[in-house]
Write a protein that binds this ligand. Structure first.
Ligand SMILES: Cc1cc2nc3c(=O)[nH]c(=O)nc-3n(C[C@H](O)[C@H](O)[C@H](O)COP(=O)(O)OP(=O)(O)OC[C@H]3O[C@@H](n4cnc5c(N)ncnc54)[C@H](O)[C@@H]3O)c2cc1C
Length: 395
């Protein structure tokens, strides 16, 4: 893979480390997809380049990078291998939560230090039973006996559950709590046992290895994050998830446009400089990629502007914008990849070959169901009545 960074905004040191990891991800992407296996080589490289702790403050051993830096890396990895990019994104969402919401907990601060030292990989478990993507409701409940806790969860989807070093999971605060009265708990690998209940034989995102398990865990009460999940969700989980996921999908879309561009150049070379008839679709693909990148950049700016300001983060307008970013980004990514396929025609439709877009198409289709777009649109519908249409274009 050639140089794939343009106008990279993160610091030179971090960008070259990320670039080294992306090279490995690109080299192994097809094998990871074909074998539906964890991208072990990518994460060996991520550990060797100390990328897993990039968000953690310097005083705890990390790089003190920003969410924007992480989003850049998600784009880069998504372009190389969408499964690797998505695993990296899911890990960093959990790290962001610990950095932002566990400042007052000595146990969690120790965990962040350990994460940087040992380059621990964090997974997330929200999906439960047949509950689908409703993150704001849990069925399972924490059991507490003095300072000890225990949890059993039917965790129908945990990406890289078998490979992770720790899992952050939602649960009801207690057996008496309402489904929405949730906490977030960290369990280290030695604290839990995973019993497989569902495999991950899917169309795309095959390398995320998002199998289902019965999760049985035990730990200490200080493993529960000090803030309620409702606050964690609103301030960090939802916006950072939607920003990083969107970056992975934008990267994936960029990868498809790059293939389509190479197809056009090769076809033109073979036809005495005459571009193939599908070239107009390349313009369309490049156009939708451009608007996807702009959408993401403006949402990122908005998030960085609101960071640490509870009132802004909780505002209806901000929540709406971050929720709709996910819907918009997934639709644009799919549209971009489909335009790229139109450019390449049969060569793009084939499962293998230099211009195959099969992996890109299959991976991109996961974007609309990873928290179903229908669910998000239904949830934000009431707000659409309340938010006024702006009078001015700017401001
Ligand atoms: C690649 C990938 C990785 C994942 N990794 C993880 C992970 O690590 N941890 C984890 O916990 N989960 C993970 N998930 C699961 C994810 O968080 C969601 O739980 C899951 O995608 C929702 O699946 P669903 O569409 O079957 O469920 P639902 O969201 O329940 O949707 C089911 C159906 O109901 C419809 N629907 C739902 N709500 C509404 C509504 N309000 N109005 C109208 N229609 C509605 C939808 O259109 C859909 O047809 C992952 C998913 C993917 C694709």
């Amino acid at each position: 893979m050639g140089k794939i960074l343009n106008n990279f905004a993160i610091s030179g040191n971090l960008s070259s480390r990320a670039e080294a990891v992306a090279v490995v991800a690109a080299e192994t992407a097809d094998a990871v997809d074909r074998e539906a296996r964890f991208p072990a080589e990518t994460f060996l490289a991520a550990r060797a380049n100390r990328l897993l702790g990039m968000l953690v403050p310097r005083e705890l051993g990390g790089d003190g990078a920003s969410v924007s830096d992480v989003v850049d890396v998600c784009y880069l990895l998504g372009r190389a291998c969408a499964s690797s990019g998505m695993i990296f994104a899911m890990h960093q969402i959990m790290v962001a939560i610990l950095v932002i919401h566990a400042r007052g907990s000595a146990w969690q601060q120790r965990l962040l230090r350990q994460l940087c030292k040992e380059q621990l990989l964090l997974a997330s478990s929200t999906t439960e039973g047949q509950g689908g993507g409703d993150l704001r409701k849990s069925a399972c409940a924490l059991e507490q006996t003095s300072s000890r806790i225990a949890l059993t969860k039917t965790a129908t989807v945990i990406s890289y559950g078998a490979q992770a070093d720790a899992i952050l999971t939602t649960a009801r605060r207690s057996g008496e709590a309402l489904p929405s009265d949730q906490v977030l708990v960290v369990f280290l690998k030695d604290d839990y046992h995973l019993e497989p209940i569902m495999d991950w034989e899917t169309l795309g995102m095959r390398g995320t290895c998002s199998a289902g398990f019965t999760l049985r865990a035990r730990g200490g009460i200080d493993q529960v994050l000090p803030e309620p999940y409702q606050r964690i969700h609103t301030h960090t989980m939802m916006p950072v998830a939607h920003l990083t996921w969107s970056a992975v999908w934008a990267g994936l879309a960029a990868g498809s446009v790059e293939r389509a561009r190479r197809f056009v150049r090769a076809a033109a070379r073979g036809a005495g400089g005459q571009p193939p008839s599908g070239t107009a679709h390349l313009t369309r693909a490049a156009m939708s990629l451009r608007s996807l990148r702009a959408l993401l950049a403006s949402a990122l700016q908005r998030f960085e502007d609101a960071a640490d300001q509870a009132e802004k983060l909780e505002s209806l307008d901000f929540q709406n914008a971050m929720n709709l970013l996910k819907v918009n980004a997934s639709e644009s990514a799919i549209a971009t990849v489909m335009s790229a396929m139109q450019v390449c025609g049969l060569a793009g439709y084939r499962s293998a070959g230099e211009f195959s877009l099969a992996r890109y198409i299959r991976d991109s289709l996961s974007s609309s169901i990873m928290i179903n777009n229908d669910r998000i649109l239904a949830n934000v519908a009431p707000a659409s009545f309340l938010i006024e249409v702006p009078n001015w274009l700017r401001g």
